[in-house]
Design a protein around this ligand. Structure first.
Ligand code: TRP
Length: 331
């Protein structure tokens, strides 16, 4: 059994792309491994130092992940800011993190280009905080995408350096958990290859979307003039529409519209109407759970407290040991 850690950005709600990506992996992993999933609310301050509604954002993410299948009885689901031990480990790791390596980090370079008016030390040390998140539970596996590989590499560097400096074999090397091959690809609605929040308005269908919003978005999906010869190859935007249908509709429905396409009899308006209804059917149970939980502060509070307890148990053990290794001793 592996110890798994992953941080969740507290921005935006889950869309179908996330659901068939990270979420399904998290749900699978929580059955097989010791998993720590947390909402990275400290990290969010590196780009949004004065959040408009931090608590509201965190709550939104929490209910989305719970509705999508994270089970607080199976995994440890917590808020980063509920486990202050991570800040102490962050401090220790920062003492041995060098300015040069932090400045060379690609995400730092990208972020200072994106926010030249706020090049803060938190941005520079984002990788040390992330390393602290992971090493805090002495994790061996981290389910992250390609964009986080460098951070994970830095985590290994910091952990190994700690071991070397203090002459111990304490932190293990965390490895990426890669699911690449068997992920369901979810395209966006505006012809873009990938469903994503930042890919433009109306591109993504969120689990919490209301039926009328789903209808609007789907009806606006990019199509073309339709095929002119039988069995014509589908252009990308049309392939995308079919791929979305594959995910939420019955095989019969997909076959029906394929047949229409191949005989040049397809009417995209009809196809989109059907797709919208099937999307609504698919997302409705999630939306209902999300709406119920948003009203149930008592339940959410229980979940968060339970997560905090479990996370602090593991975190405080690590901090105790790290303090001892460095040489802190109480009088
Ligand atoms: N940096 C990650 C992201 O942007 C979020 C994150 C923070 C994280 N701490 C982590 C991921 C620890 C894995 C492990 O997606």
């Amino acid at each position: 059994m592996e110890t798994v850690v992953s941080g969740i950005r507290p921005t935006g709600s889950l869309h179908l792309g996330n659901y068939f990506g990270a979420l399904q992996n998290f749900v699978k992993m929580q059955n097989e491994h010791q998993c720590y999933f947390f909402i990275a609310d400290y990290h969010s301050l590196t780009t949004h130092p004065t959040p408009h509604d931090l608590h509201g954002n965190v709550k939104q993410i929490l209910v989305n992940y719970l509705a999508a299948g994270l089970d607080p009885e199976k995994c440890t689901l917590y808020l980063q800011s509920d486990v202050p031990e991570v800040v102490e480990l962050y401090l220790f790791l920062n003492m041995n993190a060098y300015i040069g390596e932090l400045e060379r980090c690609t995400s730092f370079k990208d972020k200072i280009r994106a926010q030249p008016e706020n090049i803060n030390a938190g941005l520079l040390t984002y990788p040390t905080l992330m390393a602290a998140d992971i090493l805090l539970h002495r994790a061996t596996k981290v389910p992250v995408g390609k964009d986080q590989e460098q951070h994970l590499e830095m985590t290994r560097t910091f952990g190994n350096r700690f071991n070397r400096l203090y002459n111990v074999d304490y932190f293990k090397e965390p490895q990426a958990f890669n699911f690449g091959e068997n992920l369901t690809k979810i395209p966006g609605l505006n012809g873009s290859g990938k469903m994503g929040k930042s890919e433009g308005e109306g591109n993504a269908i969120f689990l919490a979307d209301k039926p009328e919003d789903i209808r609007k978005k789907v009806m606006k999906a990019v199509t073309d003039g339709g095929p002119t010869v039988p069995n014509q190859e589908k252009p990308e935007a049309i392939q995308n529409l079919f791929q979305l249908m594959n995910v939420v509709s019955t095989p019969e429905t997909v076959a029906f519209f394929n047949e229409k396409y191949n005989t040049c009899a397809i009417r995209y308006g009809d196809m989109k109407k059907q797709l919208a209804e099937d999307m609504i059917n698919f997302t409705t149970p999630f939306r209902e759970k999300i709406e119920d939980m948003l009203k149930n502060d008592e339940y959410l509070s229980k979940v968060v407290h339970q997560g905090k307890e479990k996370a602090r148990e593991s975190a405080s053990k690590t901090i105790r040991e790290v303090r001892e290794i460095i040489g802190f001793k109480s009088f």
